[in-house]
Design a protein around this ligand. Structure first.
Ligand code: 4AD
Ligand code: MG
Length: 470
């Protein structure tokens, strides 16, 4: 008999028929003449309860199965007698596919997320991780649906790049010279001679796909990337990964207001898609003890889905922060015009002041990337960050400088070499148009929606400083 997914049994309410299910044993409970197996196959949050009668020839072997064993079970699907009247299976045959012994690391009923991080190859077999990963899948699907329906084209931007597009210098070098560093060619000044490297120049893992996105927006109108992004920033925080996924839409003929609205609609769409497609998963995750999701997280998500996001300029945000009574809220970092907003400031604005996602715009140019559109005041740029309660920044974006002269001046001011970006400057030389875009950190969005408080727990195999196992 071919197998059927537990999800389909529940969705289609299949009863009064024979079926075969295959999965991993979550628990075995033995009573006098029966065993109850709780089986999960990963297809959905629910497990199937299976009743195994002691008349089965391999009953004693089945009754001694440990959590994590894999089995194929055939039997009749019937309405269970319990309180919730869910579907159960009365087994007629249990085939043991793969046993586990006492060394199986996921024995305990509830295991901490921290412990499970060291078991990243097995943690997907827990209710918690399979829930997170199903939500992750749905948010990826939601992303493609959202942009595709709006007429955006999906762009695969390169992963190997020769430019420091964000200007932050937090890049991983891609080189074949390092395989024998002692024999690597050196320049006269003693540095590695990248002209003799694989690509004939120094290359990196991409920190963004934005610059290539801008090229393609100049021909396709609206594009979005959705790919892995690499940053070697040495930030060992609960919100930073060395390898994360980013969605970067770029729109020709658009200004900052237009993409601020696009970003708002996108976040709301992600929330409503998750609520529609993964409600059981979310409810399960919100009920975890270590969840940052407050008791009414579901209500908050619904509120955010339906609410207007706040828009405030950086200057006005500073004004709000400067008025905070230090007896009520003391910040570790001082705030003065021209200083970066720290996570504590971002979270205060979103969590305590506005209690909603906040779009902060028009930041001082000194801590923003070279490509952002310069405002007439000479001090600020047309940038936006979207801050959400519980996390801080989940989106960074801007209108782009489309004036060639201004862009070159800014690059000069920052001491940037124009040569590697000749093609980027060409976009301003030939048929330049106003354009804008943003980047959403996929894992940050997942943290926000699931209430999971460590970014390492929303990506299958996290890469962070000093950690690249699995
Ligand atoms: O603000 P960022 O650096 O913006 C860009 O890279 C622009 N090129 C985007 C654009 O305009 N097309 O990064 C965008 C988002 C951040 O808001 C954050 O959510 C996420 O990417 N992010 C990280 N997520 C996890 N780990 C890290 N180390 C991250 N760095 C940024
Ligand atoms: Mg940013």
């Amino acid at each position: 008999m071919s197998r059927i997914a537990i999800k389909n049994i529940i969705l289609e309410n299949i009863m009064g028929t024979e079926a075969t299910v295959k999965g991993w044993v979550r628990s075995v409970r033995n009573s006098k003449k029966f065993s109850f197996i709780v089986l999960n196959d990963g297809s959905c949050q629910d497990s199937l309860q299976i009743i195994v009668d002691d008349v089965l020839s391999n009953y004693s072997e089945v009754a001694s199965l440990l959590t994590g064993s894999s089995v194929a079970i055939s039997g009749n699907l019937v309405l269970g007698g319990g309180k919730n009247q869910s579907i159960e299976m009365q087994a007629t045959k249990v085939e043991i596919l793969g046993k586990v012994d006492e060394s199986y690391p996921l024995q305990k009923k509830s295991t901490s997320l921290e412990f499970l991080r060291d078991q990243a190859h097995l943690r997907i077999r827990t209710n918690t991780f399979s829930a997170i990963m199903r939500v992750r899948h749905h948010l990826a699907m939601a992303t493609h649906e959202f942009f595709s329906k709006k007429g955006f084209f999906y762009l695969n931007s390169p992963i190997i790049s020769s430019v420091d597009a964000e200007g932050a210098g937090e890049m991983f070098t891609v080189s074949t010279l390092a395989s024998d560093i002692s024999k690597a060619p050196k320049t006269k000044s003693g540095n590695l001679d990248f002209s003799r490297d694989y690509f004939g120049k120094e290359t990196f893992l991409a920190v963004t796909g934005q610059l290539e996105g801008e090229c393609y927006a100049m021909g396709l109108g609206s594009v979005y990337t959705f790919g892995p992004t690499f940053r070697s920033e040495n930030s060992n925080t609960t919100r930073h990964l060395s390898e994360f996924w980013m969605i970067e839409p770029e729109v020709a003929f658009a200004d900052l207001n237009e993409i601020a609205s696009l970003a708002t609609d996108y976040i709301k769409f992600l929330i409503s898609y998750a609520l529609t497609h993964a409600e059981k998963e979310l409810n399960f995750l919100f009920s975890r003890e270590d969840s940052t999701a407050v008791k009414n997280h579901m209500e908050i998500l619904k509120h955010v889905r339906d609410a207007e996001f706040v828009r405030v300029t950086y200057t006005d945000a500073l004004e709000i922060l400067s008025k905070v009574d230090p007896n009520v809220k003391k910040f570790e970092y001082p705030t003065s015009w021209g200083s970066e907003l720290q996570t504590e400031h971002e979270r205060y604005l979103a969590e305590e002041h506005f209690k909603l996602p906040v779009i902060v715009t028009d930041y001082p140019k000194q801590f923003k990337a070279f490509y952002m559109k310069q405002n007439d005041d000479g001090k600020t740029v047309r940038a936006m960050d979207i801050l959400v309660p519980g996390i801080g920044e989940i989106i960074g974006g801007s209108q782009r400088e489309d004036n060639l002269e201004k862009l070159i001046n800014r690059m000069d001011e920052l001491g940037m070499n124009q040569e590697p970006l000749w093609w980027y400057l060409d976009l301003r030389r030939y048929g330049s148009v106003p354009h804008a875009g943003f980047g959403l950190g996929f894992e940050r969005a997942l943290m926000y929606i699931t209430g999971v408080n460590n970014i390492r727990d929303v990506i299958p195999f996290p890469r962070t400083p000093k950690n690249c196992d699995f």
